[in-house]
Ligand binder design. Structure first.
Ligand code: NAI
Ligand code: MG
Length: 358
């Protein structure tokens, strides 16, 4: 089987971690008889320098023609002085909009070898493996009316509107149930249905959807309680589904449980077209070009691409197992270094993964 993959290495450490990931994918491909047709395209600061735009039309077109998009990270000091609407980050928003990516999947998995990186107690975080499914294109960030208006009393009045339509809830709900099916089969829907009408509709529709997924166990939590439970006993969660605002907050909180930004992948999915798979971290300009970057979040993003974008779970399992192996062997980049471990750079970490796969 053959897949067309668009690579967006972007800026900073992006090209370094992408190079490692492409080698890993090629090796997996040759083992499992999958072939990857990689097309590299410009995005972010690199694209601004060449074309003036952070997401050139040609890049979006290449992405649309592919089966999945693997993105590294964009941005850096060089472009920090540009006005906000011209900065590399606007390319990310344009990419999400252009590919109609409405579901954002963010795992917070605590690998046994990195338990001590978390700021929480060992017994609380050991074995945590959560996936937050966040709605990405609706809710209070986009609902109308929005704006700062003049009220009748002459005061200014800031307005944002939390709104979801049935079809918006239905499509994110389906992604969430299908994600739970690929995991432990437990889905917790998070809302504020005791106060918000939009959440009442959300809860009713998610509850109705459960009939289509009899193998998934559904529960509901109010968002305030969910935040509390996430910190108190995160192991109780498997898959969480929630709206844009609650998901923004909860996915960052869940990520912090792990304590290692260089380890966290993410996925953004649309209805039929290609998804975008990228690490949660940024372009780390402070260590760019020094062979210091941790490539594991990028490599794990490729695993998410294989699992959630290309439906190749066996290949994803192999990558995740190899990451586990190199950590067991004691290899650590600077960001996850601990006493008694073997320090390696980005390239050497990549070589260790290739060896673990062989
Ligand atoms: P950052 O995630 O790039 O870096 C934060 C800290 O973590 C730095 O000390 C960095 O060296 C370290 N770090 C991050 N990833 C690492 C890795 N793989 N291995 C080892 N260390 C790693 O966030 P920061 O500093 O806030 O932003 C830097 C640039 O990245 C900015 O231009 C920002 O706009 C952009 N950015 C881009 C994102 C994206 O492309 N999705 C997301 C977040 C930030
Ligand atoms: Mg956030």
């Amino acid at each position: 089987q053959s897949f067309r993959i668009t690579l967006l290495p972007g800026d900073g450490i992006g090209p370094e971690i992408m190079a490692v990931t492409v080698d890993v994918m090629n090796q997996i491909g040759s083992q499992l008889d999958l072939s990857f047709d990689f097309q590299e395209a410009l995005m972010g600061g690199a694209a601004i320098d060449e074309t003036g735009s952070p997401l050139p039309e040609a890049t979006l077109e290449t992405c649309k023609q592919s089966d999945a998009v693997l993105l590294a990270a964009i941005g850096g000091y060089k472009w920090d002085t540009l006005p906000r609407h011209q900065r590399p980050e606007t390319g990310l928003l344009a990419l999400r909009a252009g590919l109609e990516l409405f579901a954002n999947l963010r795992p917070a998995t605590i690998l046994p070898q990195l338990v001590d990186a978390s700021s929480l107690k060992r017994e609380v975080v050991e074995g945590v493996d959560i996936m937050v499914v966040r709605e990405l294109t609706g809710g209070i960030y986009f609902g109308e009316p929005k704006g700062i208006f003049q009220s009748e009393t002459g005061e200014k009045r800031g307005v944002s509107t939390m709104a979801y339509t049935e079809s918006e809830i239905d499509r994110i709900g389906r992604v969430a149930f299908e994600t739970a099916q690929k995991r432990q089969g437990r889905l917790c829907s998070v809302d504020k249905a005791n106060v918000l009408e939009v959440s009442q509709l959300w809860r009713d529709l998610i509850t109705a959807l459960a009939a289509d997924y009899p193998d998934v166990e559904l529960s509901h939590l109010y968002v305030d309680n969910a935040a509390m439970q996430l910190v108190r006993w995160p192991k109780q969660f498997d898959t969480i589904v929630t709206g844009n605002l609650f998901g923004d907050i909860l996915s960052d909180a869940a990520a912090m449980l792990t304590g290692s930004i260089g380890m966290l992948p993410s996925a953004s999915l649309g209805a039929d077209g290609p998804g975008v798979f990228e690490p949660v971290h940024g372009s780390a300009p402070d260590i760019a070009g020094q062979d210091k970057a941790n490539p594991l979040a990028q490599v794990l993003s490729a695993a998410m691409m294989l699992r959630y974008g290309l439906d190749q779970p066996a290949a994803a399992d192999k990558i995740e197992a190899a990451v586990n192996t190199v950590l067991d062997q004691g290899y650590r980049t600077g960001d996850i270094m601990a006493e008694g471990m073997t320090p390696v750079g980005c390239k050497a970490m990549g070589d260790a993964i290739l060896e673990a796969l062989a």
